[in-house]
Design a protein around this ligand. Structure first.
Ligand code: NAD
Ligand code: UDP
Length: 386
């Protein structure tokens, strides 16, 4: 660990990082990376700590003393500024970020993604502290190509769908399509951070994740989350596979996504942390353009991989179509296609994703099976109270 250098050959000095939202999916993997491969200290801020418990206890862990958990809600806790002041760098991951909430809890979504992030940006700017803020690929909204006629040859032209940080527009649906409340709040906080950089010299990096997936993402309804909760697609499909139910394809599963393995994506964040001269002032797409599938293809691949890792044959009718209104309720809308342009991250940080979709599903579904299969078996076999 000692003697590590950055991309320009300069020695990396240990730093203190205030990580807000450290107890979530991305935060837990980032904490793991920082504890096992660096000498940095982490002030881990969240309302939950279950996903990082293995890093906090027992006190004999090799990194004990380098990670401290602070249970606080950034909405209303005066300790936040002190923690940001103690750190060299703040990483803000805190957000409501499950699509099922965007149209059903739009106020909470907007407050969480914009209003609650304001003090974080302000404290960093006022105290001259560096900020890495997590935005989303959803700020791009729909592709230009989606407005072309279905049979237009131009739809095949990357100029109409590849999403570039510095040139692509942000295209959202109408206001009653409340799905876009999240994207719009994230866009405005990006603009505010950018303006703080331009007018007040804030040193910032904005990250736009493109469907990062892997172990510990979200929850399995009825096991470690509410029975009626709707997590993101990886956990929805995992839940269906574990319960031997058909996977639900929203509006036919025609939307396209690119999925990147969480461990590849964390490498990119690690490079941003340790190469401020190359990362400051940048907005980075972080995704895997080679792992594109329709949601239907994702369901088929997950069914095949799960049969392999669990040893259970797939159901005969492995998928079922549902309307978005039935699944998400009024006001849902969808991003049609998300291919990240990788030029900027490649040039600044030399980062490239490595893991294929098959391989990342293999390791993730092995984890899901090992973690949840027994609990699901028990939950299903419990007699229903009369
Ligand atoms: P997550 O829900 O697992 O993690 C977010 C964490 O923030 C949770 O642990 C939550 O408890 C915490 N949090 C929320 N509000 C808080 C508050 N007021 N005070 C303290 N803690 C609070 O989500 P994630 O997938 O780890 O995403 C992290 C960030 O990355 C989010 O900003 C999200 O919008 C962005 N993002 C992620 C993806 C992805 O592919 N996973 C895609 C696009 C954007
Ligand atoms: N989806 C689906 N079935 C599910 C859950 C999600 O068909 O059980 C679809 C959803 O409509 C979207 C895609 O899968 O088109 C990805 O959804 P996710 O919740 O992961 O978030 P998004 O990529 O839209 O931000």
């Amino acid at each position: 660990m000692a003697g590590r250098v950055d991309l320009d050959g300069n020695p990396i000095k240990p730093m203190t990082i205030c990580m807000i939202g450290a107890g979530g999916f991305i935060g837990s993997h980032l904490c793991e990376k920082l504890m096992s491969e660096t000498e940095h200290k982490v002030l881990a801020v969240d309302v939950y700590s279950d996903k990082i418990k293995h890093l906090l206890e027992p006190a004999s862990l090799p990194w004990a003393g380098r990670i401290q958990f602070h249970r606080l809600n950034i909405k209303n806790d005066s300790r936040l500024e002190g923690l940001i002041k103690m750190a060299d760098l703040t990483i803000n991951l805190a957000a409501i970020c499950t699509p099922a909430d965007y149209n059903t809890r739009p106020l909470d979504t907007i407050y969480s993604n914009f209003i609650d992030a304001l003090p974080v940006v302000k404290y960093c700017s006022e105290n001259g502290k560096r900020l890495i803020h997590f935005s989303t690929c959803e700020v791009y909204g729909k592709t230009i190509g989606s407005f072309l006629p279905k049979d237009s040859q131009l739809r095949q032209d990357p100029a109409y769908y590849v999403l570039k940080e510095d040139t692509s527009p942000c295209i959202f649906g109408s206001i009653e399509k409340q799905r876009w409340s999240y994207a719009c709040a994230k866009q405005l906080i990006e603009r505010l951070i950018y303006a703080e950089g331009a007018e007040n010299g804030l040193e910032f990096t904005i990250v736009r994740p493109f469907n990062w997936i892997g172990p510990r993402m979200d929850f399995i309804p009825g096991i470690d989350g509410p029975s009626e909760g709707v997590p993101r697609v990886l956990a929805c499909f995992s839940n269906n596979l574990l319960r031997r139910e058909p996977l639900k394809l929203v509006d036919g599963g025609q939307s396209q996504r690119t999925f990147v393995y969480i461990k590849d994506a964390i490498e990119a964040v690690h490079l941003m942390i340790e190469n401020p001269a190359r990362a400051n002032g940048q907005i980075f797409n972080v995704g895997n353009p080679n792992n594109e599938v329709t949601v239907r293809q994702l369901a088929e691949m997950m069914t095949e991989v799960y049969a392999k890792v669990s040893g259970e044959p797939p159901l005969e009718a492995a998928t079922i179509d549902v309307s978005s209104k039935e699944f998400y309720g009024e006001g849902y809308d969808d991003s049609d296609k998300r291919i990240p342009d990788m030029t900027i991250i490649n040039k600044q940080l030399g980062w490239n994703p490595k893991t294929s979709l098959w391989d990342l599903l293999d390791s993730t579904l092995t984890y899901q099976h090992r973690t949840y299969a027994e609990a699901i078996r028990k939950a299903i076999s419990k007699p229903v109270a009369s």
